[in-house]
Ligand binder design. Structure first.
Ligand code: FAD
Length: 106
């Protein structure tokens, strides 16, 4: 089985990559589906206390699925909430597409 950290790294990889390739001009259906996906994800993430906190975060700051930029920024904010909770440094969200879509420029 994956431990909590390995599961987390793999899952963030999936979530940020999904946000990186989310459409620039999503249909209303796509926007609603992605919102639902995140709500359902937050109920079934297989780390119970992680999932409970994530559900609270999503209630405070609903998934912003208007376009690729807004959704990847939202995902970055969600990840930063966990980073802060764990005493880690915040990630610079202006670099999220560089990290997860385009590759680092430097
Ligand atoms: P990770 O935090 O896994 O990050 C992987 C890579 O993502 C980093 O190397 C960096 O390049 C990049 N990155 C970092 N921050 C951002 C950001 N804000 N935006 C974009 N990219 C970024 N662990 C707990 O102990 N308690 C919890 O309550 C908890 N809740 C979690 C909830 C969710 C939804 C998920 C997916 C994971 C959760 N985890 C939790 C796991 C935790 O977030 C980490 O995945 C784990 O601690 C391993 O951390 P890491 O330092 O290897 O990097």
């Amino acid at each position: 089985p994956l431990d909590k950290d390995e599961l987390g790294r793999n899952t963030w990889g999936f979530l940020h990559t999904m946000a990186a390739y989310y459409p620039d001009n999503p249909s209303k259906n796509e926007q609603e589906d992605m919102k639902k996906m995140m709500h359902i994800f937050s109920k079934f993430y297989p780390c119970e206390y992680c999932a409970e906190d994530f559900q609270q975060s999503i209630k405070r700051d609903e998934p912003d699925t208007r376009n690729q930029y807004s959704f990847s920024q939202w995902m970055c904010r969600m990840h930063n909430e966990v980073n802060v909770k764990l005493g880690k440094a915040k990630f610079d969200c202006s670099r999220v597409n560089e990290r997860w879509r385009d590759g680092w420029n430097d």
